[in-house]
Design a protein around this ligand. Structure first.
Ligand code: PEP
Ligand code: MG
Length: 748
């Protein structure tokens, strides 16, 4: 085994470890450490700045600056050289700090006499903790070796901070992961919930940062990387020929696992005194920092792969698996960076809420969360770093806000909100078996949207009259391969069995746009929402649609079957799709299979063009359901997935309501049954306005049926119509404000 030279850095780390092992509080340790670093690096100054809140750094210990400035000198993020190091997560190395741009003069520290400045961020896996600085009077640039040594020390300090080694008086030395944190994300699914954190993938805790024997560490690293390589190769062999994206990720894993640069850097970290796991984490931290700085999506994905791979390696080295033995709390709120729909379904309805660091409103996980009616917040920045298993957490899905470890005031306010919701739920359940009849005597049929077998119990509990939209794509989205006809048929049969006499409208496969099947060849389209999706795919590649239609016909043998086609943009598409059903019926007949007793075929009206289709279409189509989510995005040319614009235009604007009114009138003339099944149908104010313009059937999430029914039972549609007409005349853009005034006056 090659003999290693004991580097200065390793000697320093050895001294640091001894200092940490001594008795003393956090402040004493920090004081000792600054002294050790200054003497080891032969600089007059060494200072440690730590964050006292997200925006403010505080000088917590110094060797060489005025001791009275400790805990007095504070800098905002980005202020002065220290603030800039923290803000950009980048080292600053300068021979002439005072004349360098951004220098901030702090008279109380006496630092203006020090010319050279080397500041490195103290950070851990993308979390900023502080800044470590050395300064000297002589004007010189620090060497690459010195810089590297200071980075290694900063890494050790970061781990020590995380482990609570510097706890003491004041905000800057207070325990981490204990203060209340408010995280602003994006609404994925409305609703509010209180619970305790359950981390989908618990963090790996590195307790041995400094190692005595680099050879032992190097061997540990080599062995762990070998184990990792073998496991990646095995995964790759298993995935070969399968899901292209998965293979691509695994190939990236393999590339990193064999990367000489990655190994060399970790070996270097080890020779400088770090343990094998600390070396992995140091490189991971640097990759995360880069991740925060690059915008190129390919590069970001690869850095993400490296991050995942580092986690795997850390788990091998520390023996800490994803299963920690911790017990899931009774009221779990799932926290994850991202999660697949299958994994989410495994947790099922036991979850109180879900918070994802990444995710997106249209992700498969979000679709499942919506189907399970679990509040979901996505884009909750840094939540996986902040949250610890068992922390109390409050999720406000309506606002897209998460309160982690809330203080008493937030706690009380949130508990009130939940109590009010519970009261309302009780009120709603009292009207469960009553019709949604308005004060003026009009009855609106309230249906529910569904997509999973797990939704069916809500048919009973919500009081829905039927399933107005069964999104069949969920069964396709949650699998890793195309479901078989027999599987689908069995599922559809169970759905029909569970719904008894209540009608279920099955929507044929609606994929494309935001709903992508991982096992189908990806389509690189510039505008997926306007691209090859839904019925367009069904008609161009009819194999899957035919298989699905057959499954539906078989499931409904001897019973009623309602089928509708998504995203029909013109009459001919409906004609072609209907012809597929006729062909499927013929085939079933020829094979001697029993057919449904009655078959109704309809279409979703999701493109403005269909509203202007020939009269013959309206007469021909069995029924229509307005897919308001897509219709609205196309009407206003505002992407439903784009946070910047998705709430920009009001559903209750005169223009959209007039457009809907036109559809209602055309259906009335042709005698076509019409329903509305987009998200807006489940919003009480919108639902009341839809009823006022003539819609008589609304389909929504089961949880919305109570609130919508309650609203409808209190309104007079004649009054609402009057308000809407008045807005037409007065030139209002939206009817919302006057409608709200009226609804408040009748609220009970
Ligand atoms: C709609 O577009 O309104 C709709 C119900 O379909 P989806 O949300 O599934 O696209
Ligand atoms: Mg749609």
């Amino acid at each position: 085994m090659p003999q290693r030279r004991e580097s200065e850095s390793r000697k320093l780390l050895g001294r640091l470890r001894d200092a940490m092992a001594e008795d003393g509080d956090g402040q004493q340790r920090l004081d000792k450490i600054t002294g050790l670093i200054a003497s080891s690096m032969q600089t007059e100054v060494c200072s440690i700045y730590l964050f006292r809140d997200a925006e403010t750094l505080e000088l917590c210990a110094t060797e060489g600056l005025n001791p009275d400035s400790v805990h007095q000198t504070r800098l905002r993020l980005g202020e002065g050289h220290v603030g800039r190091v923290a803000k950009r997560s980048k080292t600053i190395n300068t021979a002439d700090a005072p004349s360098e741009k951004g220098f901030r003069y702090m008279p109380e520290t006496g630092e203006e006499i020090f010319s050279s400045f080397l500041g490195v961020p103290i950070q851990r896996l993308g979390e900023r903790l502080g800044v470590l600085v050395v300064q000297s009077k002589a004007a010189r640039l620090f060497s690459a070796d010195e810089l590297y040594a200071l980075e290694v020390v900063a890494m050790v300090l970061a781990e020590m901070t995380e482990l609570g080694a510097f706890l003491g008086e004041g905000e800057a030395l207070s325990a981490r992961h204990q203060q209340p944190v408010l995280v602003r994300g994006t609404t994925g699914q409305e609703g509010a919930a209180i619970g305790h954190v359950w981390l989908h993938e618990p963090r790996v805790v590195v307790t041995n940062v400094i190692a005595e024997d680099p050879d032992t560490e190097s061997n540990r690293l080599t062995e762990a990387v070998e184990t990792l390589r073998v496991s990646v190769d095995k995964l790759l062999a298993g995935a070969a020929g399968g899901d292209g994206e998965q293979v691509q990720v695994l190939e990236a894993y393999r590339m990193f696992a064999n990367s000489k640069g990655w190994m060399r850097r970790m070996e270097e970290d080890i020779s400088n005194g770090l343990s094998a796991e600390a070396a992995v984490e140091k490189e991971q931290t640097q990759a995360r920092t880069r991740l925060g700085q690059v915008s190129d999506s390919y590069l970001r994905e690869r850095l993400q792969d490296l991050d995942d791979l580092s986690n795997r390696l850390l788990r091998i080295l520390t023996g800490q698996g994803a299963i920690t033995g911790a017990e899931m709390p009774a009221d779990p709120v799932l926290i994850a960076r991202n999660i697949g729909p299958g994994e989410l379904l495994e947790y099922g309805r036991s979850l109180k809420a879900i918070v994802l660091e990444e995710g997106s409103v249209g992700s498969h996980a979000a679709i499942v969360a919506r189907a399970l009616a679990i509040p979901l917040v996505v884009h909750a920045d840094a939540i996986t770093r902040e949250a610890l298993n068992g922390d109390q957490i409050m999720v406000d899905g309506d606002q897209g806000i998460v309160h982690l470890r809330p203080d008493d005031t937030v706690n009380a306010a949130f508990q009130d909100k939940i109590a009010m919701q519970a009261d309302a739920q009780e009120r709603y359940s009292a009207t469960r078996d009553l019709p949604a009849t308005t004060v003026c005597g009009t009855t609106i049929s309230l249906q529910m949207n569904a997509g999973l077998m797990a939704d069916l119990p809500s048919l009973e509990s919500s009081g829905a009259e039927g399933v107005g939209l069964f999104r069949t794509e969920l069964q396709f989205l949650i699998r890793n391969q195309m479901p078989r006809r027999s599987e689908l048929s069995a599922l559809y049969k169970r759905v029909l069995d569970a719904s008894g006499d209540k009608r279920v409208i099955f929507r044929t496969l609606d994929i494309g746009s935001d709903k992508v099947l991982t096992y189908m060849k990806p389509n690189d389209e510039p505008n997926p929402a306007l691209g090859w999706r839904a019925i367009r795919v069904g008609l161009d590649k009819p194999g899957v649609m035919r298989m699905q239609l057959q499954a539906l016909l078989r499931a409904a043998a001897g019973r009623n079957l309602s089928v509708m086609f998504p995203f029909v943009a013109q009459y001919s598409e409906y004609v072609a799709a209907k012809a597929e059903i006729a062909k499927a019926m013929d085939r079933e007949r020829r094979l001697g299979h029993p057919l449904p007793e009655k078959l109704e075929v309809g279409a979703m009206l999701e493109t403005p063009s269909l509203a202007f289709a020939p009269q013959a279409f309206f007469e021909d189509v069995g029924f229509l359901s307005i897919g308001g989510n897509d219709l609205k995005q196309l009407f206003f040319a505002a992407d439903r997935e784009n946070e910047r614009v998705r709430r920009r235009y009001d559903t209750l604007s005169i223009s959209f309501l007039s457009f809907l009114q036109g559809i209602v009138t055309r259906c009335e003339v042709a005698g076509t049954p019409l329903s509305f099944c987009g998200e807006d149908a489940g919003r009480p104010v919108e639902a009341a306005c839809f009823a006022a313009i003539g819609l008589r059937s609304l389909s929504m999430r089961p949880a919305s049926i109570g609130p919508v029914k309650h609203m409808l039972r209190n309104v007079d549609l004649n009054v609402l119509r009057g308000i809407i007409e008045k807005c037409h005349e007065s030139g209002e853009q939206s009817v919302r404000a006057p409608v709200m005034d009226y609804l408040k006056s009748v609220a009970r």
